[in-house]
Design a protein around this ligand. Structure first.
Ligand SMILES: Nc1ncnc2c1ncn2[C@@H]1O[C@H](COP(=O)(O)OP(=O)(O)OP(=O)(O)O)[C@@H](O)[C@H]1O
Ligand SMILES: [Zn+2]
Length: 715
């Protein structure tokens, strides 16, 4: 008989399908036989009268031992814990599936075959939907079936018993039971269990197959949330940077030297009772070598270096930042004496005064923890905390008070001598055509005013890349010049083809800039004019070389404005219509005019007052009257209009020169300083840029390179 067996239990649907004809046939032909077997059907869904199925166990066991069975691979888990989660889910699924009532007996069968024959001893109505009837016979001892409604069932039973004339006191006792399966208790916890189980399961899986096969996968990191992300550089192996690798910034080095001596010989200070500063803030524009200097300090002192970025403390979860700060200092104490370097400290150390968006509790908590830790460690801990920032001005005052970051070391962009020194450092590893001379480094430095250390390092690398691309054996000056131009103005875009009209407009526009620059006294030395598109959006540009200036006069300002307007004015003079090409020029002009009026006291009408406010304040309060507003407006317009007028006058006078330069540009696309001298004669003024005179002018040939700041990229 195929009826019996594990199949009936494991696959109730299938069992039902096969069993039904048999049962129906039997029921139809021989009711006694059919009623003698109801418990068989109940194996599929019923829980009582169930006999352990030995065959099934045997079969399963056999299956497990069969190595050729492919799904078996799935079962090759080693630990039982791996099965908790999948097991839970499978059990629940099976239960919900087998939980369906699979009872095959109907009330009619019950009535005809048992009730009317007087075989029923007791009736239990379970949960109002299901009936178990105890029988007087031994085989079967009981039967079970579903009912639609209790009232109907009761009525039917009464009717049968009425019909059979059973007196009231002998009627079949009916009891009403409430039975709940174990799952109804478990069910409310299931979502939580699945969640916990799922997380645990996934965490284990990730742990097993972490990157580089060592475990510790991404999910595992969740467990290490509060851990600091600081990178520890070991003194013996990792820190190879010394002060000699940090060029320029001599004052900064001198100041930071104090920490080196302290970390090397703390007794020297301690025996005199001196308290060594706990930390210093290194401030300066991006790429000026703050991180490098901090690392070199560790390198010189021969102590470990813990480097972390302020933004790495910031997480959206409350308390994580503070916990990371604690962890960082705990690590530092273990490695003392050592240096902690927190880059971008402004990410957490911003002034705690509530901004327009209100305060940020998590950041405050992180900052507070940092303050607590800094107060907490003693001089005897021999830990120095250095912090880098581009915005020292917005730091919380509590950070900079004595006892915390009480030294402020500012590192500026390098001047010509600084750049020269930095070039020498970064030229060292390169294979050059000739040994690095003062002249060579000076020339590169003169060509790159405003470059930071990082720019210089980038530029040297770029030069080597260009040399390699051109299959040269050594890096030459020309490669550096190309690299500098590329760093400043972006990549040449020869593929951007301009129409002849566009090209003509660009040529006259650039010629306008160039002529203004040539004939204005305070204009910076002109290096190159080009109408080859470069970078993003620049169709042409005139390049000048400003010196390292710290003061700019009003007249210089005005001349720069006139130069910036030269492009548009040349278009006005030479064409019937103007183009969009001067948008960037206008931005510069407006910025300069605003600065003159609002900040620099260069307007007689407004006087020596600064009208500049932070944006947030301006939004909330009106800081000056309508009349002042109007006056500012008028003054800005006046300054720009005057510059425009002077520019127009100059270019109208020099219209032939503009024509010459524009035509030459149209044929050659790039004009160097030599070309300009050939076309216009020497500049009527002496060049004021010392670096230019010293390193570039004597050999004034075709060494033409751009500069990064003002004047470059005249669109
Ligand atoms: N004075 C310098 N001497 C030699 N190299 C320098 C100097 N300054 C910067 N560099 C080069 O620039 C790179 C970047 O510098 P660094 O990361 O120290 O700048 P930073 O000031 O910390 O920048 P940021 O403010 O963006 O963090 C250095 O790795 C180094 O190669
Ligand atoms: Zn322009």
């Amino acid at each position: 008989m195929f009826v019996k067996g594990s199949m009936a239990r494991l696959r109730p649907g299938l069992a039902r399908m096969r069993l039904q004809p048999l049962a129906a046939g039997r029921v139809g032909q021989n009711r006694c036989f059919s009623v003698a077997r109801p418990s068989l059907f109940q194996y599929s869904g019923r829980r009582f009268n169930e006999e352990p199925d030995k065959n099934k166990n045997k079969k399963d066991k056999k299956d497990e031992q069969d190595p050729n069975r492919p799904p078996q691979d799935l079962f090759k888990r080693t630990k039982w814990t791996d099965w908790i989660f999948p097991g839970l889910v499978i059990t629940l699924l099976l239960n919900s599936y087998s939980g369906e009532e699979n009872n095959q007996m109907t009330f009619q069968d019950f009535k005809v075959n048992f009730l009317e024959k007087g075989l029923v001893k007791k009736i239990n109505v379970i949960n109002g939907t299901f009936v178990e009837a105890e029988l007087v016979t031994q085989h079967p001892k009981s039967i079970a079936f579903s009912i639609g409604s209790v009232e109907f069932f009761e009525r039917e039973i009464d009717q049968v018993q009425d019909r059979l004339g059973i007196p009231n006191n002998e009627r079949i006792p009916v009891s009403y039971l409430r039975r709940s399966s174990i799952f109804s208790y478990i069910m409310p916890f299931v979502p939580t269990l699945i969640l916990i189980g799922g997380t645990y399961y996934l965490a284990r899986q990730f742990q097993k197959r972490g990157p580089n096969g060592k475990g510790g996968g991404p999910l595992n990191n969740i467990m290490g949330f509060g851990k600091s992300k600081a990178k520890l550089f070991n003194k013996e192996t990792d820190i190879t940077v010394k002060f000699k690798d940090v060029a320029g910034c001599d004052e900064a080095k001198e100041e930071i030297m104090e920490f080196v001596t302290f970390l090397k010989e703390p007794q020297k200070y301690e025996k005199l009772g001196a308290k060594i500063p706990k930390g210093a803030i290194l401030s300066g524009p991006p790429g000026t070598g703050k991180t490098l200097l901090a690392k070199a300090t560790a390198g010189e002192a021969g102590v470990p270096f813990l480097s972390v970025s302020g933004s790495e403390f910031v997480e959206m979860y409350v308390g994580v930042g503070a916990s990371r700060v604690r962890d960082l200092f705990a690590t530092a104490r273990k490695n003392a004496p050592c240096i902690i370097f927190v880059d971008e400290i402004d990410a957490i150390g911003k002034s705690r005064e509530a901004g327009p968006m209100g305060s940020n509790d998590e950041k405050e908590a992180t900052l507070n923890q940092l303050l607590v830790e800094m107060d907490g460690f003693e001089d005897t801990d021999h830990i120095v905390v250095l912090a880098g920032t581009n915005r020292a001005d917005i730091l919380d005052k509590a950070l900079t008070r004595p006892g915390r970051f009480d030294r402020h070391i500012s590192i500026d962009r390098p001047d010509i001598e600084g750049r020269k020194a930095i070039y020498k450092v970064h030229l060292r590893p390169l294979k050059l055509a000739e040994p690095v001379t003062d002249e060579f480094a000076g020339r590169l430095a003169a060509l790159t005013p405003g470059f930071s250390g990082a720019d210089i390092s980038n530029c040297c690398n770029e030069a080597a890349l260009i040399a390699a691309r051109e299959d040269c054996d050594v890096v030459e000056l020309v490669h550096f010049e190309k690299a500098i131009e590329r760093v400043i103005a972006g990549l040449e875009r020869k593929s951007r083809v301009l129409s002849p009209e566009e090209k003509k407009t660009v040529a006259y526009h650039e010629a306008g800039h160039a002529i203004c620059g040539w004939y204005l006294q305070h204009a910076d030395p002109l290096l190159k004019v080009s109408i080859i598109p470069r970078g993003q959006g620049a169709l042409g540009y005139a390049q000048y070389l400003p010196g390292d200036e710290y003061l700019i006069s009003q007249e210089q300002f005005e001349h720069r404005m006139i130069m910036a307007l030269g492009g548009r004015v040349s278009e006005e003079i030479n064409f019937d219509d103007v183009t969009t090409g001067a948008a960037d020029d206008f931005k510069k002009v407006t910025q300069m005019a605003n600065a003159m009026i609002l900040r620099l006291g260069m307007s007689k009408k407004l006087g020596t007052i600064t009208f500049e406010t932070s944006n947030q304040q301006a939004q909330v309060h009106k800081l000056f009257s309508e009349e002042t507003f109007e006056l500012i407006d008028n003054e800005v317009k006046r300054v720009i209009n005057e510059a425009h007028g002077k520019c127009k006058k100059l270019l109208t006078e020099k219209i032939d020169e503009v024509e010459k330069v524009a035509q030459e540009l149209l044929t050659k696309e790039v004009l160097t300083r030599d070309d300009m001298i050939r076309l216009l004669g020497p500049r009527p003024f002496e060049e004021k840029n010392d670096a230019f005179k010293k390193y570039l002018l004597p050999k004034d040939s075709s060494q033409d390179t751009p500069h990064p700041d003002q004047g470059a990229q005249m669109a």
